[in-house]
Every structure is written in structure tokens, then in C-alpha cells.
Design a protein around this ligand. Structure first.
Ligand SMILES: Nc1ncnc2c1ncn2[C@@H]1O[C@H](COP(=O)(O)OP(=O)(O)O)[C@@H](O)[C@H]1O
Ligand SMILES: [Mg+2]
Length: 209
């Protein structure tokens, strides 16, 4: 049975859809992968449509668009046929988000390294705790080193929360690849962005063994 990663965070624009796409494309280099879009905004679904006609898109990535209430039944099928299933969730902590968290082996929470983003993550952290699911925070659009980032790292550690050791920087390459229906590992396999995503994926994989 495949492993399920729910990408969740109440804050819109934190990078859920971007991360889901980038991680899925990097994972598909060595595993079978499905992504599920349960966000009514449907950004990941549009990315998937662009992907269908992108020459550089690697084959073997399944995309499913489902309403949250149908998540459980659809997920069982996808899990049976793939090594990983990634779920892109809406920016809320409602019943759909809870379903995704409940179904997950790991809840991935992207956030900018700044207090308001951690405050916005509280709802998702609570959901994960209630559903007894491991939650992993990941810094997105992070400056390489800043006082605020260090302060956030200290606060996260002091609270006993888990932060992925690989942070994603703010890179035009991410947005450009996404706009073409690709991941950075396809659009520019030798770029720093591709290296960063592969490192993050390796770290996530190790946590899910
Ligand atoms: N690391 C990054 N570098 C550059 N742009 C990013 C990065 N992460 C996200 N973005 C951009 O920020 C915007 C919001 O990201 P998105 O994944 O749609 O957020 P969410 O799904 O959480 O609402 C998108 O335009 C996306 O391209
Ligand atoms: Mg989104």
C-alpha cells in the first residue's frame, strides 16, 4: 500500500499546491505517484492539464480531482496502485481537511519562516494532533539565513514540533516550472531548485520508512 502525504495549512499562498506538484514530480523519478486535488480552487488540476501537453513531463504521474467527501474511496484505489499519494488541500481546517489529515501517513505543513505563518498553522497542527498523525513543518520561500528564521527554528524546536531540515528558497524557477505544468526537476534538472527539492524529498522519504 502506498504512503499518503497530506499537504495542509490554513494560510492561503503558503505553497501547498506548489509543494505538492514539485514533490510529486521529484518522487516520480523513482516511484509511482498519484496526486489528489481536493481544493475547489483546482490549481493543481489546472497544472495537471498543462502537464498533459508539456513535452518535458515525465510519464507515470496520476492526477485525481475529487470532492473531499469522496476522498476515502478514491484514496483506497490510488494507494493500491501507487507508492505515494499526495493530497493538495484547501486553505481551511474544515471536514475536508480533516479527512485528508486522517487519511495521511504524514501531514506536510508549508510555512514562511515568520510568526503569522506559524499562527496560521495552529489549526492544522491541532487537526494532526487530534487525528494522531505526524506533522512536519517545512519552510517555504525561506531566506538562507535570517534572524527571524533562526528565531522561528528555535520556537518550533522548543515546542517539540518537527521541522524538515531542508528549506525551500524563494525561486522564480518554482513558479516558472509550475506555470508550464512541470516540476523543477524536469524543467531544470541541474538547477539549485531541483537539488533543493530532491534533498527535501529524500528527507521526507526517510521519515516515512
Ligand atoms: N518557493 C517558492 N518560490 C517562488 N514562488 C513560490 C514558492 N512557493 C510558492 N510560490 C508561489 O506562490 C504562490 C502561492 O503558492 P501556492 O502553492 O498556490 O499556495 P497555496 O496552495 O498554499 O495557496 C504561487 O503563485 C506560487 O507559484
Ligand atoms: Mg493551493
Amino acid at each position: 500500500m502506498g504512503k499518503v502525504i497530506a499537504v495542509a495549512q490554513q494560510k492561503g499562498g503558503s505553497g501547498k499546491t506548489m509543494l505538492t506538484a514539485q514533490f510529486a514530480v521529484a518522487l516520480v523519478e523513482s516511484a509511482s505517484v498519484a496526486v489528489m486535488d481536493i481544493d475547489p480552487q483546482g490549481s493543481l488540476t489546472i497544472w495537471g492539464k498543462l502537464r498533459a501537453s508539456a513535452p518535458k513531463a515525465a510519464p507515470g504521474l496520476t492526477l485525481a480531482t475529487v470532492a473531499g467527501w469522496r476522498l476515502a474511496s478514491e484514496l483506497e484505489k490510488l494507494k493500491a496502485a501507487h507508492d505515494y499519494v499526495l493530497i493538495d488541500t484547501p486553505p481551511v481546517t474544515d471536514s475536508d481537511a480533516r479527512r485528508a489529515v486522517r487519511a495521511a501517513d504524514l501531514v506536510l505543513i508549508p510555512l514562511n519562516p515568520a510568526p503569522p505563518d506559524l499562527w496560521a498553522a495552529e489549526g492544522t497542527l491541532r487537526l494532526a494532533a487530534e487525528e494522531k498523525r505526524p506533522a512536519v513543518l517545512i519552510f517555504n520561500r525561506a531566506p538562507a539565513a535570517s534572524r527571524l528564521r533562526k528565531r522561528m527554528e528555535a520556537e518550533i524546536a522548543a515546542r517539540g514540533l518537527t521541522l524538515l531540515e531542508v528549506a525551500l528558497a524563494n525561486r522564480a524557477g518554482y513558479a516558472n516550472a509550475f506555470a508550464d505544468g512541470l516540476g523543477v526537476t524536469e524543467a531544470g534538472p541541474l538547477t539549485q531548485a531541483a537539488e533543493e527539492i530532491r534533498a527535501a524529498v529524500a528527507s521526507l522519504k526517510a521519515r516515512m520508512k
